[in-house]
Design a protein around this ligand. Structure first.
Ligand code: GCO
Ligand code: MG
Length: 402
């Protein structure tokens, strides 16, 4: 089965998505997500200029060889743009292989290891009152695990307080919006938020929190310690991870479980974190970390150190990524949790899919392949709308991590 055609589809049904569609001489096609929030066109160019020309005529069955060709064969390795492009090819080829075998991708990987995929949703509000109400609404919807973010008194533009109840869209301007950050105010406030959430909602629901790279390691240690009484499922991205050793300091000071990895694109970004057991959950995703083929290697390494998966699944990852992720999650032995931020109804229409939510769990469905397709006619009705992620500064004007 040869690859005869491949093309990139850019659509904006509520937000921008980049999708690669690969077609074969046997009439089967597959799709893969290539969306990199705020950098969409860079991946489009990489795919169109450097990837698609070498795909035409290749054997669609040879997923591993094509992965190696695109990764090892290219002199310039790794990085979010390259790895998102490789991920899109990889996902589309697993989709095709599943369709050719008439099996859902989780069967090709080794079959289901569980009945459903535990997911967490996002509850957020401008203040504690709004956030606790939002957590209550998620519990009513059946969620067993909920990420809670709140505006911080005195901080203009705290991370995670979004528009919309079920989805959150941080990319909001043609130029980056400038937000302000105040670490002291945040560190004083966060324990109050979780104290209130436990008092209002009890101990059964799993609570998660995203620090979004805002703290230094010692500050992260202090936050983790101060949140211990509230038994978080995890504290995410507590400090930037370019220096993997930074997590040693955090780990020394807290037993709050640590999650990191949504911006990683390779096993080398997390090898030391995993091998030194500095984290509990690895958040690499299908779309930004080289597809199912590479994610499988990361998960295998993580399994040796009792690190479990907790893949990124924000609204800016398309349904094609979510579908592929759910097959992976249903199979992967060391599964932890899957982030699930819903898409707008327009997006769901553009990407018809077989996955479904019930009682806090998602299931990928049993359709052959990844169980997600793209309606190209509908997609064409939503032209690309350039949007950038915000930036953050400290109150004195110093650039900070968003
Ligand atoms: C998360 C993330 C997102 C990112 C977004 C950037 O944990 O879901 O931090 O909200 O900010 O995906 O594009
Ligand atoms: Mg995050």
């Amino acid at each position: 089965m040869k690859i005869t055609n491949a093309r990139v589809i850019v659509t904006c049904p509520g937000r921008n998505f980049v999708t690669l569609k690969i077609e074969t001489d046997e009439g089967l096609h597959g799709i893969g997500d290539a969306t990199l929030n705020g950098r969409e066109k860079a991946v489009v160019a990489y795919l169109e200029d450097h990837v698609i020309p070498v795909l035409i005529g290749k054997e669609a069955n040879r997923i591993e060889d094509i992965w190696q060709y695109l990764y090892r064969g290219a002199y310039w390795r790794r990085g979010p743009v390259t790895m998102s492009a490789i991920a899109a090819v990889d996902t589309a080829l697993w989709d095709i292989k599943g369709k050719a075998a008439n099996m859902p991708v989780y069967e090709l990987l080794g079959g289901a290891s569980r009945e459903g995929v535990l997911v967490y949703g996002h509850a957020n509000g401008a203040d504690i009152e709004e956030t606790t109400d939002a957590v209550g609404r998620y519990i009513e919807l059946g969620y067993k695990a909920i990420r809670a973010q709140s505006g911080v008194p005195g901080v203009k533009g705290a991370y995670g307080v979004g528009r919309g109840d079920l989805y959150y869209e941080p990319a909001d301007g043609t130029l980056p919006t400038e937000t302000l950050w105040n670490t002291s105010a945040y560190l004083n406030f966060a324990p109050q938020l979780f104290d209130r959430l436990r008092r209002d909602h009890g101990n059964e629901v799993e609570l998660l929190h995203d620090v979004h790279h805002r703290l230094t390691p010692i500050e992260a240690g202090r936050l983790g310690k101060s949140l211990e009484p509230y038994r978080l499922f995890w504290m995410e991205d507590c400090t930037p991870a370019e220096n993997q050793e930074a997590f040693k300091l955090v780990r020394q000071h807290t037993v709050t479980p640590l999650a990191v990895g949504e911006i990683f694109n390779s096993i080398h970004d997390c090898r030391e974190l995993i091998q030194n057991q500095l984290i509990d959950y690895i958040r690499t995703t299908v779309v930004h970390a080289g597809g199912i083929t590479h994610l499988r290697q990361i998960a295998a390494l993580a399994s040796l150190y009792q690190v479990r998966t907790g893949s990124h699944g924000a609204t800016d990852l398309s349904p094609a990524c979510m579908g592929a992720a759910l097959h992976f999650d249903l199979w992967v032995p060391n599964f932890g949790i899957q982030e699930y931020m819903r898409h707008t109804p327009e997006t769901d229409e553009v990407f018809p899919h077989s996955y479904s939510f019930k009682d806090g769990y998602l299931h990928p469905g049993t359709s052959p392949g990844i169980g997600v397709d793209i309606d190209e006619t509908l997609a064409a009705k939503y032209p690309y709308d350039p949007k950038q992620l915000p930036v953050a500064r400290l109150e004195d004007g110093t650039m900070w991590n968003w």
